[in-house]
Design a protein around this ligand. Structure first.
Ligand code: RNT
Ligand code: ZN
Length: 415
């Protein structure tokens, strides 16, 4: 408490209102990817492992194998994370009872009813994604852009079904659900035709997004390349940016693992905000490529959060996490990733943003640089500790023991 008060005073000297920052942090939901809990396996396929342009590495014991385990693990992780949360689901996490299985092109809301009940119990929102990978109908690396009309038809039906499911989830939770479409489509080697697949994808999208749905926010997610699809990605940044720009109500989701290594999403946010009233993000950590390592409090994460805060865009930018590390305790991965995202947001909220902007506009660049550097060592840890205390969440250094115990008592008993 004493440390918090003294830290608060230090921030106040730079014109930063810590109490307001804590309120803003508490009000901003982070959408946590369910797929960290089971290595993107899902429940709808017997083989249940990520394939088709997406892959996990590692075999840490104890991954969740069904709805009860995944929700149990998620609820436990959530108890160690302060603040407002959502859960981000994939269509492959349909919870089918005996004899209820339906393929993805015919999937309905029913198998997601348990997720809605879970979200209500937890007091959290849901986001959704069509699952256009890990499935035999991904043919020669293609889905919505396939030259085969039957393949396209299958995935169009899936994506349409997912929009209806997202709508139903949103209606039942009285909330807006982000329904984000990512497809792997691409080519391993040098294309002979780059335009054909893109025109087919555009046509497929037009058949999917036929009408706005009141509880759905639609987004499309580009990528630069995938494993086995190194030479060409149909849904590139320019492709989807153009689509979103010309189709009101469809938004372009930025995943910070999906650009060239020296291209930064933090620099794209303000550009997008000039044109879009909603900007969904997948916050991840690319290591040399789109490796989806657990999110850490690193420079780019801080810069992304600073852009959201400085541009007054907390109400416009939807923060979703996207990582899947199978080589470490998956619950710890959720806790580390989400807490790091929140810390980065708190860092951004407690920077002397107004002062810095004024210095930039006044061309007082030396002073701006000096203040930026000084602000880096402000006592953020004391503010974060107070936030965890107010939220009834464990402090840094206090949660890991609980995860270790859960690993011993629950995870290691899954054989
Ligand atoms: C893949 C995309 C996509 C997935 C998840 C599982 O490169 O980032 O968002 O990671 O939907
Ligand atoms: Zn992503």
């Amino acid at each position: 408490m004493e440390r918090f008060e003294s830290a608060k005073a230090q921030y106040a000297r730079l014109g930063v209102d810590v109490e307001r920052a804590l309120e803003q942090l508490a009000g901003k939901a982070i959408s946590i990817n369910c797929w960290q809990g089971d290595d993107v396996s899902g429940f709808d396929r017997p083989d249940g492992s990520a394939s088709d342009g997406i892959q996990t590495t590692g075999n840490y014991p104890g991954k969740a194998r069904n709805f009860a385990e995944l929700t149990g693990d998620f609820a436990f992780a959530a108890s160690l994370i302060p603040g407002k949360k959502r859960i981000n689901l994939h269509a492959s996490y349909a919870v089918f009872g005996e004899g209820e299985w339906a393929d993805r092109d015919r999937i309905t809301f029913e198998p997601f009813r348990p997720w809605v009940d879970f979200a209500k119990d937890m007091g959290i929102g849901i986001d959704f994604n069509p699952t256009c990978f890990s499935h035999p109908m991904v043919v020669d690396g293609m889905t919505l852009a396939s030259p085969d009309p039957d393949v396209r038809r299958f995935w169009i039906d899936h994506a349409r079904a997912c929009r209806s499911i997202a709508e139903e989830i949103g209606a039942r939770l009285d909330d807006k659900v982000l329904n984000n479409l990512w497809i792997p489509d691409g080519l391993k080697d040098v294309p002979a035709d780059r335009l054909g697949p893109r025109l087919r994808l555009k046509d497929s999208l037009d058949r999917i997004f036929t009408e706005p749905l009141p509880h759905v926010i639609d987004s499309v997610e580009s990528k630069v390349f995938g494993i086995g699809l190194e030479s060409y990605t149909v849904g590139s940044n320019e492709f989807y940016m153009g689509y979103a720009a010309t189709h009101p109500g469809i938004y372009n989701l930025l995943d910070n693992g999906h650009y060239h290594p020296l291209e930064y999403v933090s620099d794209k946010i303000s550009a997008m905000l000039c044109y879009f009233d909603i900007l969904p993000l997948h916050v991840t950590r690319p290591v040399r490529w789109d490796s989806d390592h657990v999110v850490l409090l690193d420079d780019e994460l801080k810069e992304i959060m600073k852009e959201i805060v400085r541009n007054d865009a907390l109400g416009k930018v939807l923060i979703g996490l996207d990582f899947f590390d199978a080589s470490i305790n998956r619950i710890a991965a959720w806790v580390i990733g989400t807490r790091s995202a929140q810390k980065a947001l708190l860092y951004a909220l407690t920077q002397p943003n107004e002062k810095l902007r004024a210095l930039q506009d006044g061309a007082r660049f030396t002073e701006k640089l000096a203040l930026m550097e000084d602000a880096k060592t402000l006592p953020l840890g004391d503010i974060w500790a107070e936030y965890c205390r107010r939220q009834g969440a464990p402090q840094d250094g206090e949660w890991f023991e609980q995860v270790a115990r859960y690993e011993r008592d629950v995870l290691l008993k899954r054989a």
